[in-house]
Ligand binder design. Structure first.
Ligand code: ADP
Ligand code: MG
Length: 609
């Protein structure tokens, strides 16, 4: 660059309007979903009760939002394209009482500067509509078109003149899901508005606009979820938080997901994230869920707006409450009550009480030991059964470990368990044994589960799997994100013996499953396994998927608690457990082994060591 060029570059200049808009757009519009958000908000602000959103090519090639709001005249439409042109704010004193989404007048000019935009709008339904075409922020034509009621704004070729921004877009599936999520959130908070969302001419969902949130949920989410929601609400006057109203729709624990993205929380009609509230929800659900399972719920909080700080996060998605502890308590109590009322419903037709929650997972899906061993063998690659469990209850000498001062007890790294002698079984559930440093109690069910888990995991990793066709394919309706991720990952699942075909309409058909799953697997369980790979990053999480698959299968095959096992069987279980990478915890995080150190026993009996 020449000296002169450098000098010229240093001079201060006023940026032209279009450059200003492009820079402003960079802050507001980073993805197609942001365009959808701005246009839908404008339609709501315009009093519309019907809003149709259409997009193609994850919103980059086309986004079009049509509403039946009060519309714009030709002059309004032209003015709306000017920076800081708004009909919603007249002077600074207005700022405190804003009831609309927009007020800065920045969205339309920003979007127009980075796309090809067309505004068709009319205030008088009888008269022809104004039609304004803009390209890269420059008005190309102003004309008339057939009469309409309200406004249609069409945005084509988004980011066509900002190639760098275009490059930063995520996968098509991700951007599509973001659009669906955006419209979903407005539909949930505006049940009086009829929303229609179309992707490439195909209806993703449409809501009824009958002012009932439950109908909105039913219109958007699969029936198994919407039909089983637990409805609860509270209205309280709190000394710190003032008047608070919370309405929640909770999914029962068995419909939880491996990610927390299905927690739809709104404060005063706007989506938000807040750690205290998420924590309150997790606490209330905790005793019903396995680790890394997250509840699905819809929660609407109404609270004095002055207690909500939306400015702690640049995109205003995260908020702070100045009465967080009070709100935390209220949410936790509400969710807890909702879940316990649900759990109190009798399980059977004869009103027998439901088993305590802690035992449910323990006793379900049990097979007998033979089946466990059989299952484990199949994953062993058909090898001969382990020999060496001695009838006397003693672990064979080869397995005995040299005396050791301390045995690791934590959960890090490879752990070892070295049992010297099996003493017996207690309560038909626990194996009592002796190791070098004390007495150990082993939960026989969890131990068998853990052994099967590690074997299954190993063969899944080695991809030693055969596929078996299902007599009747299982069909699942998914939400849009799940559908996108699954249809992109069908080939991956094929490696594990699954044959999954994506349909239109957000459905998939499972035609074949790994042969060890067999035809018996229940629909819910199968979907739970498949969906465990649906991660936050919109990519199929293979490792999480095979862990879940292994965990579910091992649980089905494991020897049950409440079953007498003889010394030989106990020996076999212990022997296999000792071969595990980590024998101390099961895949769901429950302990397998409890140890009572000899030193403590001696101390309790007042014996000197
Ligand atoms: P803001 O929403 O902050 O006012 P926008 O740039 O989003 O700024 O919109 C500018 C103006 O254009 C709005 O104030 C409104 O008067 C008008 N406008 C935009 N979209 C619509 C619509 N769908 N119906 C009626 N008027 C609209
Ligand atoms: Mg706006």
């Amino acid at each position: 660059m020449s000296e002169k060029g450098v000098e010229q570059d240093r001079r201060i200049r006023i940026l032209d309007e279009i450059t200003v808009c492009k820079i402003a757009a960079g802050e507001v519009i980073t993805a197609p979903a942001n365009v959808v958000k701005e246009l839908v908000e404008n339609s709501i602000d315009a009093g519309a009760d019907e809003i149709k959103v259409e997009f193609r090519g994850s919103g980059v090639s086309l986004i079009s939002v049509t509403d039946n709001g009060w519309g714009m005249t030709r002059d309004d439409a032209l003015l709306a394209l000017e920076h800081h042109a708004t009909s919603k704010l007249r002077e600074v004193s207005d700022l405190s009482g804003i009831a609309t989404y927009g007020f800065r007048g920045e969205a339309l000019p920003s979007i127009a500067s980075i796309s090809q935009m067309e505004i068709v709008s009319a205030q008088d339904p009888g008269a022809p509509a104004a039609c304004v075409k803009v390209e890269g922020g420059v008005v190309k034509s102003v004309g008339q078109s057939a009469s309409v009621r309200g406004t249609t704004i069409t945005v084509r070729n988004l980011f066509y003149n900002t190639p760098v921004r275009r490059k930063f877009l995520k996968s098509e599936g991700y951007e599509t899901a973001a659009i669906v999520e955006t419209v979903t959130k407005y539909a949930l908070t505006h049940p009086t508005v009829r929303f229609v969302l179309n992707s490439a001419g195909r209806c993703v969902f449409s809501t009824r606009g009958n002012s009932d949130v439950k109908s909105v949920i039913a219109d958007i989410f699969p029936p198994d979820l919407s039909s089983s929601l637990i409805e609860c609400s509270v209205a309280e006057d709190d000394s710190r938080a003032g008047r608070v109203r919370i309405e929640a729709f909770l999914a029962p624990p068995h419909l939880s997901k491996p990610s927390n993205r299905y927690q739809y929380t709104f404060v005063n009609g706007r989506p938000f994230k807040n750690r205290a509230i998420s924590h309150a929800v997790s606490e209330a659900y905790r005793k019903y869920l396995q680790p890394r399972q997250y509840p699905v719920l819809f929660m609407f909080i109404e609270i004095d707006g002055r207690l909500v700080d939306v400015n702690i996060h640049p995109t205003k998605t995260e908020v702070a409450f100045s009465c967080e502890p009070a709100l935390h308590g209220m949410v936790e109590r509400l969710v807890e009550k909702g879940l316990s009322d649900y759990r109190a419903v009798p399980a059977g037709a004869f009103s027998e009480p439901a088993p305590p929650v802690s035992e449910v997972s323990h006793f379900q899906n049990e097979l007998n030991l033979q089946e466990t061993v059989f299952l484990a063998r199949r994953f062993d690659g058909g090898g001969a059964p382990h020999s060496g469990s001695a009838p006397g209850g003693e672990i064979p000498p080869a397995l005995r470990a040299a005396p050791e001062e301390s045995v690791p007890q934590g959960i890090s790294g490879r752990q070892s368990l070295r049992v010297k002698k099996i003493i017996g079984q207690a309560f038909n559930s626990f194996i009592i044994a002796e190791d070098d440093s004390g007495l150990v109690l082993i939960d026989q069910h969890v131990a068998a589960e853990k052994v099967a888990y590690e074997k299954i995991l190993e063969s899944l990793r080695a991809k030693r799997i055969n596929s078996q066709a299902l007599l009747i394919p299982h069909v699942y309706t998914l939400n849009r994100l799940e559908f996108e991720i699954l249809s992109c990952s069908a080939h991956l699942l094929e490696k594990y013996g699954f044959d999954i075909e994506a349909y239109s309409n957000n459905s998939v058909a499972v035609r074949a499953v790994p042969d060890f799953v067999g035809g018996e697997v229940e629909k819910e369980l199968l979907f739970e396994i498949i969906s465990s790979g649906l991660s936050d990053s919109a990519k199929f999480d293979e490792e999480r998927f095979i862990r879940k698959l292994a965990a579910s299968l091992s649980c089905r095959g494991a020897v049950k608690a409440g079953k007498a096992v003889n010394q030989e069987t106990a020996g076999l279980i212990v022997e296999e457990l000792q071969g595990c990478e980590n024998p101390f915890f099961c895949p769901h995080g429950r302990p397998v082994v409890i140890r009572l150190p000899l030193s403590e026993i001696l101390q309790k009996f007042k014996r000197t060591i």
